[in-house]
Write a protein of this length. Structure first.
Length: 586
């Protein structure tokens, strides 16, 4: 038996580990209590630094201790010379590095490093940038490190083109580097911004490539110029052909195909003699009360009170006001209205002619620019080529959802109406290959169908909007329907008529039969609404119908097939709630 190592039993080993843990815990708690006592006594000395360092070395996520260290360091700054402070903070950076080796994604450690770097009398940003490079080489998705890198880049003024080359290296070594693709999307608009006057123009030549990657976005377009955009298509195509199932490159590709931001402007002014009402539609939601909206009638500024289409909206794309009594009601008079948007230094005129009860003036932009950018010949050619490539990839990878979704986006960028039938078929494929996201695809398909219908309506110059039996699951772009008088949404999958529906101030007839509508919140204060048909929906309570009481002209209401019709004494209750309704179908 001599010379043999005695093997301890499992029970003995567990007992020894337990005792060791208890011993460490006792020491940990003793040190922690000592730290809290010193902080409670307001002691900001070197001993407190040592004690906090002892605990943070084993647990770098103890945020309170980092806070205490900052208090100590700020105090020591006041009693030390600059050179001593420099050495103090350099030592702190070394300590933080040791904490990051233990936990590279420690919130407290990265935050504290940013704070220390900002306090250093003579920061070494080159070293900090090198640290970020090392950390990202170990984990290219460490978002804490990415955040810190942006701080370093901003503080040291690293040129945009240098950072773009950095993303080139990371993407070249790993196409699945989502963080690098994202960072690239923030850099390209700074280095290659889209021209403000012509959205599809070639790149502007820049002599200064040393713009900071964190420069103010107000000085740059959020879009990339066409010349660079075409190069990016080639780069990202290499990525998803290499690994069709990796989502990183596909997400970046979707960003490249994104729609250009519409110019901030007044898209429509509508005036009605009846009710002496003016409605103003904007290209995006605004706060008219804060951004200065002014109405001038026949050369005289009017003191009017602007309100959003629904009380819930502080920011709305549609704003309304009532003019002083008698100001435009006489049909024999002609009037000129001008709405000034002082915040954006723009305005729009609207003439209300003799003999007309209403008038409007709309944005002169082409209809296709409502939902997509105007394409140059070169970009159209490239996108056609991209569509062919993705179609070929789909033949090899028929179950690849990213490829199918990208094909849909390419078709919409090229010709949304021409590719409508194919797009609907692709959405059905998406639901089959990715059933977990079926609701998302239904909503996206609904959005595209609504956009197409608005385009068709604009081309035909009609005020009727019909989307019955299209499997709609949601409603959007309702601000584009300000002038619509008749809407048919029957036989869909709608659950609610949302608050945005209140922007339809010209609506007279609404058909929404055979849905699953439970809520009518959007049917609020629609001054022209006369007829509402809601057969075979899920309206169950009288309170669900209360918004209709704010519609003064409502005379016909069809509620057949709704649970609410089984309510006791329903006819009398509705007569009291909606006295203007003379044709009630239950």
């Amino acid at each position: 038996m001599h010379g043999r190592v005695k093997v301890k039993s499992t029970a003995q080993q567990e007992e020894e580990k337990r005792k060791e843990r208890e011993k460490k815990l006792k020491v940990y708690l003793t040190v922690r209590d000592a730290i809290f006592k010193k902080r409670g006594n307001g002691e900001l000395d070197d001993e407190a630094l040592q004690l906090t360092q002892q605990l943070l070395s084993s647990n770098p996520d103890f945020a309170t201790l980092w806070n205490y260290r900052r208090e100590i360091l700020l105090h020591l700054e006041t009693i030390k010379e600059e050179e001593e402070t420099q050495k103090l903070y350099e030592a702190e950076l070394l300590f933080i590095e040791s904490c990051l080796k233990m936990n590279p994604k420690s919130y407290g450690s990265w935050h504290h490093r940013g704070w220390v770097s900002s306090r250093l009398p003579r920061p070494d940003w080159t070293r900090e940038l090198s640290l970020c490079d090392r950390c990202l080489s170990l984990d290219d998705r460490n978002f804490h490190c990415w955040d810190y890198r942006r701080l370093v880049v901003k503080a040291s003024g690293v040129p945009v083109d240098q950072e773009l080359q950095f993303t080139d290296r990371l993407i070249g070594s790993n196409f699945s580097n989502y963080s690098s693709w994202h960072y690239r999307s923030t850099l390209l608009p700074l280095l290659h911004p889209e021209s403000g006057s012509e959205p599809a123009s070639p790149c502007r030549k820049h002599t200064n490539t040393h713009t900071s990657p964190t420069a103010s976005p107000q000085t740059h377009s959020h879009r990339v110029c066409e010349e660079q955009l075409l190069k990016e298509y080639e780069l990202v195509q290499n990525a998803f052909f290499t690994d069709p199932n990796d989502q990183s490159a596909w997400f970046y590709y979707r960003w490249l195909l994104g729609r250009a931001e519409r110019e901030e402007l007044i898209s429509c002014v509508y005036a009605s003699r009846e009710g002496e009402r003016v409605a103003v539609a904007f290209s995006k939601p605004v706060n008219a009360l804060a951004e200065g909206l002014m109405l001038v009638l026949d050369g005289q500024q009017q003191q009017v009170e602007w309100r959003s289409a629904h009380p819930r909206f502080r920011h709305s794309p549609v704003w309304l006001c009532e003019l002083p009594p008698g100001s435009i009601s006489d049909i024999n008079n002609e009037h000129n209205l001008t709405v000034h948007w002082t915040e954006k230094h723009t305005h729009r005129d609207c003439a209300l002619y003799t003999g007309r009860l209403e008038s409007w003036c709309r944005d002169s932009a082409t209809d296709q620019e409502l939902f997509r950018s105007e394409l140059s010949v070169e970009k159209t050619s490239v996108l056609q080529s991209e569509l062919q490539s993705c179609t070929q990839l789909l033949e090899l990878e028929p179950q690849n959802k990213w490829c199918v979704l990208t094909i849909i986006l390419l078709m919409r960028a090229l010709d949304p109406l021409g590719h409508e039938k194919e797009t609907l078929a692709h959405f059905q494929t998406l639901k089959e290959v990715d059933p977990m996201r079926s609701s998302y695809y239904s909503d996206l398909c609904s959005k595209f169908m609504i956009e197409n219908t608005i385009l068709k309506m604009e081309y035909a110059e009609v005020r009727v909007f019909s989307l019955s039996d299209k499997n709609l699951s949601t409603l959007c772009h309702l601000d584009q329907l300000l002038l619509v008088t008749h809407i048919n949404l029957s036989s869909n999958q709608l659950v609610t008529l949302p608050p945005q529906f209140s922007m339809l101030h010209c609506l007279e007839v609404l058909e929404a039969d055979d849905n699953v509508i439970e809520n009518l919140e959007g049917l609020y204060h629609l001054p022209k609404l006369e007829e509402v048909s809601l057969k075979n929906n899920q309206i169950s309570k009288l309170s669900d119908l209360e918004p209709l009481a704010s519609c003064p002209k409502l005379t016909r209401l069809d509620l057949r097939g709704n649970p609410v019709t089984k309510t006791a004494n329903i006819q009398a209750e509705l007569s009291q709630l909606l006295p203007s309704v003379t044709d009630l179908l239950l």
